[in-house]
Design a protein around this ligand. Structure first.
Ligand code: ACM
Length: 505
């Protein structure tokens, strides 16, 4: 369908083109507009179940605000003008596992990607190209225009994640699913769940049932805690998968284990169960590395977690094991790493694991030292989560009520203006797997608290992970972020209205 050129509407559509986050690799505007009609068909590849689901996801997301029930149809023969097409046909394989190409003309929109993840990411770009009102849960008056353009886009890094600490405080399945939708909107692809710590054990383990029953019964401050049943966890994993996000479960060992020690006396060297811990100190607990039962425990727990987790990565923690003897720590990490490998999984651990001899398939997570250099020397890949840049539990500034400050204040600018490639002096860039922003929950009790600390900083980490360094700069980002304020509001996100950002109404 042809739409006559209207300078005001074109200007508005073009301004959306300026505001995509993460910034695409290449955008070429052609200055016109495409109009979405109430009957615009969304064509998908016949025989592609994933393509059809993504087409329906797009139709579902456009429906509340437009009121349009767009039909999702298998493409066949000559397609009519005015259509949307999502397809793998003729897609450039050079776009990789997650890249896509979007071509919008005055009478068609074509999203092409060699793989389904690319189509899914491209759909997020389409959502952002509409006016902010497209995210409204209630019907808005149209018309609905998109700018005509060509976008070619693919990620800089493979690993673009957030970590949520559900151990210090527990968060419900629905809370996690809302976060997953927000991660997807910004093209992130990993959700690391910190499932166990001194204060709580948050995942049902059938062979050691008291871990969740006793270890999950409290949290920081002494509240009731909680845990995910294995069915809950499977639901989270499946929900994330449907958004092209992989869940990375963490069982933190051999330190940060007081909740396990409180659940089973035999895991303690003394043979006496530890008291539950509801404070926020760290570094005081260790599995009893002298006892064979400890290794049986680790194998049982990781075996169940591995069976529940379709992705290849199992995070074993390994941080702040000050209460474990150094040589025993090394032996434990190596043993657990090997046992995961023999069951086809890859161990991920905080950078301290670099003290052990690492397999080249093991992944280290940089947070607070230069141990990641030793991990890379051993051939491991590294995820960048530098605490003084990427820890979303750090306060924004002196006015922030929630959060901690041990790694300093991290305002939106400080969270955005760093580059993994230059973050650690001398780090070999070919060992950078990606970026992850952890959110520790010592001070966070509700989803609203989580959102306040994560947003807007998380959006910056999404861009650091996805966008090429050449298309990133603070001034441009700040203005694009400002335009996302109304979208976050419509998505009911309790974000910090940072004074650094000229938020749009
Ligand atoms: C950590 O912050 N202990 C990884």
């Amino acid at each position: 369908m042809k739409t006559s050129f209207d300078p005001t509407q074109a200007a508005q559509a073009l301004s959306n083109l300026q505001n995509i986050i993460p910034a695409p690799a290449e955008v070429h505007s052609s200055g016109g507009i495409f109009k979405l009609a109430d009957h615009t068909p969304i064509y998908v590849d016949p025989g592609s179940a994933e393509g059809k689901i993504i087409g329906m996801y797009l139709a579902d997301h456009l429906k509340p605000a437009t009121g349009y029930a767009l039909p999702v149809l298998p493409a066949a023969g000559t397609l009519p003008p005015g259509r949307i097409t999502l397809t793998a046909a003729g897609a450039d394989l050079g776009l990789g596992a997650e890249g896509y190409e979007l071509v919008i003309t005055t009478d068609s929109l074509t999203l092409r990607a060699p793989h389904a993840a690319g189509l899914f990411h491209g759909v997020q770009t389409i959502r952002q190209l509409f006016p902010a009102g497209i995210e409204s849960p209630a019907v808005q008056s149209g018309p609905w225009f998109l700018p005509t353009l060509t976008i070619r886009d693919y990620p800089r890094y493979e690993w673009r994640g957030m970590m949520l600490d559900v151990a210090r405080h527990f968060f419900a399945v629905a809370d996690v699913e809302k976060l997953i939708d927000l991660l997807a909107y910004y093209k992130m692809d990993r959700l690391h769940l910190h499932l166990t710590d001194d204060q709580g054990w948050r995942i049902e383990i059938k062979s050691w049932p008291d871990l969740a029953r006793i270890g999950g019964a409290t949290e920081v401050g002494g509240g009731p805690g909680g845990y995910y049943t294995q069915e809950d966890y499977k639901e989270i994993v499946a929900y994330a998968q449907s958004r092209y996000i992989m869940v990375v479960p963490e069982i933190d060992m051999p330190g940060h284990v007081n909740a396990a020690l409180a659940s089973y006396p035999e895991l303690n060297c003394s043979g006496v169960a530890a008291e539950p811990h509801t404070g926020i100190d760290v570094g005081f607990s260790s599995l009893c590395l002298d006892k064979e039962i400890t290794y049986q425990f680790a194998d049982d727990v990781l075996g169940e977690i591995s069976a529940l987790t379709p992705g290849p990565y199992i995070h074993i923690g390994g941080d702040e094991a000050a209460a474990s003897k150094p040589d025993q720590y090394i032996g434990f990490i190596q043993r657990v790493q090997a046992s995961l490998r023999s069951s086809g999984k890859q161990a991920v651990g905080w950078e301290e694991i670099a003290k052990a001899k690492l397999l080249t398939t093991t992944i280290a997570q940089h947070w607070n030292s230069d141990l990641a250099l030793q991990a890379a020397d051993q051939g491991a890949e590294v995820i960048f989560s530098p605490a003084d840049r990427a820890y979303m539990d750090m306060k924004y500034d002196e006015s922030t009520q929630l959060g901690l400050i041990w790694a300093g204040y991290i305002n939106v600018n400080r969270g955005y203006t760093w580059d993994p490639a230059t973050n650690l002096n001398g780090f070999p860039i070919n060992h950078i797997l990606g970026v992850e922003a952890p959110l520790w929950s010592e001070t966070l009790q509700t989803l609203q608290d989580v959102e306040y600390m994560a947003f807007p900083r998380l959006i910056g980490y999404a861009e650091i992970g996805w966008s090429q360094q050449t298309v990133r700069d603070w001034n441009g980002y700040r203005d694009r972020l400002a335009a996302h304020g109304p979208r976050l509001t419509l998505m009911n996100v309790n974000f910090f209205h940072s004074p650094e950002v000229p938020w749009k109404e």
